[in-house]
Design a binder for this molecule. Structure first.
Ligand SMILES: [Cu+2]
Length: 412
């Protein structure tokens, strides 16, 4: 009796600890799993904002923001010739109703240009109540997904109240939740049944070895009976007739239809990206001191704008290192990690218009390690990439430069 009790307590605690592990993995659903050089040097997100984080079923919300496509795109990652902006959700908890890139609505994939900046907006509608961690992300063809910053969204209300109706070009209002469902089920079942029947027709007879021996004995004519041939002919003729007839019926029932689009959308980067190229940053050296968890950059900054500027922020992947002397109101309301005092400048005086200054910038925080960005030094591609934000005082303009450098690790 006693051992049974101990056993059940042990197994219960094992189950509980497994649960605890599970919760951990669910909370972090692979955001840090991608190699740091991919997270830092492909799509560089900034100013990502959600219009609302608490809303009800049927309510529309939007996520908008900007991203820079890194000039120093990793050589091992295919170029973003076909990229699809998507929203990662745990199942169909939201529906997407509209999507814009640089203010233009688009439905297909798009070719992104390294070095370009883009603004995006995605409109979503609550479908299933619950609390979910949601990210905008890019599906890059042949490369995979690059996650943007995530947030917790809380959808309240009743799932049964969800309405998803659209008006077709023929003027008919249809319910997208059930439209065409029986037709879809019919075709899946029909092809599955036909394929299974054809397979069973042959499988029910002696198979490989018996047939092989008959073949060896020169009895190959007896392997396929007259009935087999009849059935084969019936399928050969019947299936195309059935498909063509169904196609003809569909066309006559829906004469006005738009085919599924397979083209690539062409959307150029924001040409008048605010202050693009006004501040040049050349990274001369980058060193990462492992015990201190500090990245030291030696940069040459050339201020070609007409404003005195200061370094305010360094954003790498999902971490933002801020200069606390220049704490700017955040234009990002996502769960991005913030090191509020993470940025130290060797020379904090404003860089004057026309001035060229070589200076040291240190980004120091345990987030390098906890966000697994320090894995960079063990990668075959140890180049870092990020966005450096300059400000003209607390209320002035903002200038953004994309920086990149090979990182040299210092182990002590
Ligand atoms: Cu997440």
């Amino acid at each position: 009796m006693k051992t049974l009790l101990i056993k059940s307590v042990v197994s219960l605690s094992l189950i509980l600890s497994l649960y605890a592990l599970n919760i951990q993995t669910v909370m972090a659903h692979g955001e840090k799993a991608l190699e740091p050089f991919i997270r830092m040097r492909t799509i560089q997100w900034y100013d990502v904002q959600w219009s609302k984080q608490k809303f009800t079923v049927n309510e529309e919300i939007s996520v908008s923001g900007k991203f820079h496509v890194a000039e120093d795109w990793p050589v091992s990652v295919p170029k973003p010739d076909a990229a699809f902006l998507n929203i990662s959700t745990p199942g169909p908890v939201l529906i997407r109703t509209e999507r814009f890139l640089n203010g233009k609505p688009y439905v297909n994939s798009v070719a992104l240009q390294p070095g370009g900046d883009y603004s995006f907006k995605v409109v979503l509608k609550g479908r299933l109540p619950g609390r979910y961690h949601i990210h905008p992300f890019f599906n890059l063809k042949d490369a995979g997904q690059v996650m943007g910053p995530g947030v917790w969204l809380e959808v309240s209300g009743n799932a049964d109240d969800f309405r998803n109706e659209v008006k077709t070009i023929n003027g008919e209002v249809i319910n997208m939740e059930t439209y065409g469902l029986s037709n879809g089920i019919f075709w899946h079942v029909f092809w599955g049944a036909l394929a299974a029947a054809w397979l069973l027709w042959w499988v029910r007879r002696p198979l490989f070895i018996a047939r092989y021996r008959m073949l060896q004995a020169g009895l190959e004519d007896e392997l396929v009976t007259q009935q087999d041939k009849h059935i084969g002919k019936a399928i050969l003729i019947g299936v195309p007739i059935f498909v063509l007839a169904s196609n003809w019926m569909t066309i006559s029932e829906y004469p006005k239809a738009i085919p599924l689009q397979a083209a690539l959308d062409q959307i150029l980067p924001l040409s008048a990206q605010v202050n693009a190229g006004m501040v040049d940053v050349d990274t001369l050296k980058a060193e990462y001191r492992i015990p201190e968890r500090a990245m030291t950059f030696l940069v040459k900054i050339n201020n070609r704008s007409d404003k005195p500027i200061q370094v305010g922020e360094l954003a790498v992947a999902n971490v933002r290192f801020l200069n606390k002397e220049l704490a700017m109101p955040s234009q990002d309301n996502t769960d991005r990690m913030i090191a509020p005092d993470g940025l130290t400048l060797a020379d904090a005086t404003p860089i004057q218009p026309g001035e060229e200054r070589t200076m040291t910038i240190i980004a120091k925080d345990a987030l390098w390690e906890s966000e697994r960005l320090d894995g960079l030094i063990r990668d075959s591609d140890s180049r870092i990439g990020g966005l450096l934000f300059f400000y003209d005082g607390l209320v002035g303009e903002r200038f953004i430069s994309s920086i990149t450098a090979a990182v040299i690790p210092k182990f002590n």
